[in-house]
Design a binder for this molecule. Structure first.
Ligand SMILES: *[C@@H]1O[C@H](CO)[C@@H](O)[C@H](O)[C@H]1NC(C)=O
Length: 203
């Protein structure tokens, strides 16, 4: 509750530090922000507060917090030039999917199969683990949304063998929801073959 009560205050503190970096010559078009959970909401708020003077190039968030923030709709895509949000839990993550890319990990972005093999992490905490692993392992996106995932917003058009993760040169063509199944065991990626099998079951 202390964190939530100070959300605005923490946002403003970060904004003033970042503005002073820009004044020292740090280039916003080479800036990257990352935030997890409450920090994801912070990253978005900081990015939006910097506009229109400064536009952060890339913002990645991991399971941005829901409780305390939902269901107020915020356009997170306004936080930076390219904003991609990874979603991994139903109980702690937001259900607002307004980033340029909304990456729905595991089961519809609501839970992770690997909670069964990871006793210390829930679906929420696993988001960071999975995000870090996207640097080292391919996490393939499904070409069509799974039929059991409710999707009101438009899904992205996915090229063959498209993998998600930090993208230095953001592909503007790929926006919307992206579904990325995850596996039971570390490092949580699925092989191309397993993904094809899933897609086939999916019809
Ligand atoms: C994860 O990616 C690695 C590297 O490409 C691959 O060898 C491995 O088979 C993948 N994991 C699973 C469970 O298939």
């Amino acid at each position: 509750m202390r964190l939530y009560a100070n959300f605005q205050y923490i946002t403003e503190a970060l904004v003033s530090i970042i503005i002073s970096l820009f004044q020292y010559g740090f280039d916003p078009s080479r800036a990257y922000l990352f935030g997890f959970s409450f920090g994801g909401q912070l990253a978005s708020a900081v990015g939006r507060s910097l506009q229109p003077h400064f536009i952060i190039q890339n913002i990645d968030t991991c399971d941005m917090a829901g409780p305390g923030f939902d269901p107020i709709t915020v356009d997170h895509s306004k936080a930076g030039k390219y904003v991609q949000c990874f979603h991994s839990s139903r109980d702690k993550g937001t259900l607002i999917y307004s980033c340029h890319r909304n990456i729905m990990l595991g089961s519809c972005g609501l839970s992770q199969p690997s909670i069964a093999s990871q006793v210390h992490l829930g679906s929420h905490g696993l988001c960071v683990d999975i995000y870090i692993n996207t640097f080292d392992y391919p996490f393939y996106a499904l070409k069509t949304p799974p039929t059991d995932c409710i999707s009101f917003t438009q899904s992205a058009k996915i090229p063959n063998d498209y993998t998600v993760g930090y993208e230095e040169n953001f592909n503007k063509q790929i926006t919307g929801k992206i579904f990325v199944p995850t596996s039971l065991h570390y490092p949580y990626n699925l092989s191309k073959k397993e993904l094809q099998l899933l897609s086939r079951q999916n019809g």
